[in-house]
Design a protein around this ligand. Structure first.
Ligand SMILES: [Zn+2]
Length: 356
C-alpha cells in the first residue's frame, strides 16, 4: 500500500464528488439537493403526483400560450378579483359577475354563474356543479379523466383549455373595461380559439391527400374559367350528415388562382343537420384562409340555400345554420375581397371526399 502511494507522482487535490468531472457547479448542487434526504423527506406522495401532473400538462398537444395559461392557473398566478383587492387594484373583493366571493380561479372559470353557462353552452354540455373540487389542479385532473377515453381525445384536449381561456378573457373584459359578459360572443370566440389550436398543431400531413407533388393533384373543377392570380384563393367546401348516426363531416380544400394546392382540412363528429355542416365547412374555409394570411377569396359551396343566404337572398336555412352564418359574415369582414358562389355537387368532388 505504501509502495503504491509513493509511486503516485501527482499531488492531492480537491474533488467535488457530486459532479462527474470533480469540479464544483451550481447544477451539481441542485441535483444533490433533489436527491438529498432533506428534500426526500419533504417529498411526499402529493409532490410526486404533482410532478406527474405537470408532466402531463406540459405534454399536452396544444398551443404554448394555452399551456402557460393552464400553468398560471395551477400556481395561482392569475389575478382573480380577491387578489386584485388585496393588492388594492380593485375596491371590491366580490365577483363582478355574480357578486359572490371570488376566492380562487376555480370560481372564475367553473363556479361563477357565467362560467357555468359557458360550460353548458359549449360542446361539452358540462354541468360544473357535478364536481366539487376546490383546487384548480383537481379540476384539470377531473377534465383529464373525463375525456381520457373520448373518441376524439386529442381534439377534446384542444377544446377545454380553449374554453377556459375564453371564459377568462371575457371575465377580464368585465373587470377591466366594464363590459357585460356575453355568452354568445364567448362561445364564438371559443370556436375561433379551437380552430386556431387545431391549425397550430396540425403539423402532420393529411393522409387523404397525395403528399408527393401536391400541385399535380387532379381537379374536376375547370380552372380555366377562374384563373386570375396566385394571390386569389379558391376555397371549395362541403358538409355531409347522416340522419341515422346523427354524425357529420366537413371538408375544405384551398387552391390559388393558378391551380396550385394550398391547404386542406376535414373534420367529423356529432353535429346538427346537413345545412349546419355545410355552413361549418364555409366557416372552416374562412378561418383556414385567414390563418394563412389570404385576404382575397372566392368560396364555393354546393348548398344553394347557404350561398343564397350569404349573398343576402332569403332562404330556408334552419336556426343552427343561420347562427353559424352570422359567424361567417363576421369573419368574412376581415377579407378584402370575398365572394360566395354556388357550385354543382359533381364539380365539388374534392371537398366532398374530404367531408366523407
Ligand atoms: Zn362569479
Amino acid at each position: 500500500m505504501i509502495c503504491i502511494l509513493s509511486d503516485c507522482a501527482s499531488t492531492d487535490s480537491w474533488y467535488w464528488g457530486p459532479s462527474k468531472n470533480g469540479k464544483f457547479s451550481v447544477k451539481s448542487v441542485y441535483y444533490l439537493a433533489l436527491n438529498s434526504n432533506i428534500v426526500k423527506n419533504r417529498s411526499d406522495c402529493a409532490s410526486a403526483s404533482n410532478s406527474l401532473f405537470y408532466k402531463q400538462l406540459w405534454k399536452l398537444d396544444i398551443l404554448l400560450k394555452m399551456k402557460l395559461f393552464l400553468w398560471r392557473c395551477c400556481v395561482n398566478a392569475c389575478c382573480v378579483n380577491q387578489l386584485l383587492f388585496t393588492t388594492s387594484i380593485t375596491h371590491n373583493a366580490k365577483c363582478l359577475i355574480c357578486q359572490l366571493d371570488e376566492k380562487s380561479i376555480v370560481h372564475a372559470l367553473f363556479r361563477c354563474s357565467f362560467a357555468s353557462s359557458c360550460w353548458l353552452a359549449s360542446p361539452f354540455r358540462l354541468d360544473t356543479s357535478s364536481f366539487q373540487g376546490n383546487d384548480f389542479k383537481d379540476w384539470i385532473c377531473f377534465l383529464f379523466d373525463k375525456y381520457r377515453d373520448a373518441p376524439d381525445q386529442r381534439d377534446c384536449y384542444i377544446q377545454w383549455p380553449s374554453l377556459l381561456w375564453q371564459i377568462w378573457k371575457t371575465r377580464n373584459k368585465v373587470v377591466f373595461i366594464f363590459e357585460n359578459p356575453n355568452l354568445t360572443a364567448t362561445i364564438k370566440a371559443f370556436n375561433h380559439t379551437v380552430e386556431e389550436g387545431r391549425l397550430g398543431i396540425s403539423r402532420f400531413p393529411n393522409p387523404h391527400l397525395p403528399d408527393n407533388n401536391p400541385s399535380s393533384y387532379c381537379l374536376s373543377f375547370d380552372f380555366s374559367l377562374h384563373v386570375s392570380s396566385p394571390t386569389l384563393i379558391l376555397a371549395f367546401t362541403d358538409g355531409v350528415w347522416n340522419n341515422k348516426s346523427m354524425k357529420g363531416g366537413r371538408g375544405v380544400i384551398l387552391f390559388n388562382g393558378v391551380k396550385r394546392f394550398i391547404a386542406a382540412k376535414c373534420k367529423a363528429g356529432s353535429s346538427f343537420p346537413a345545412a349546419s355542416m355545410e355552413a361549418e365547412s364555409v366557416r372552416d374555409a374562412l378561418l383556414l384562409a385567414s390563418s394563412l394570411g389570404f385576404s382575397n377569396l372566392v368560396l364555393f359551396s354546393d348548398c344553394q340555400a347557404l350561398v343564397s343566404s350569404l349573398n343576402g337572398i332569403s332562404s330556408s336555412l334552419d336556426w343552427a345554420a343561420l347562427s353559424i352564418m352570422e359567424d361567417i359574415l363576421s369573419i368574412s369582414s376581415s377579407f378584402i375581397n370575398i365572394e360566395f358562389r354556388f357550385i354543382l355537387r359533381s364539380l365539388n368532388k374534392e371537398a366532398h371526399f374530404l367531408a366523407t
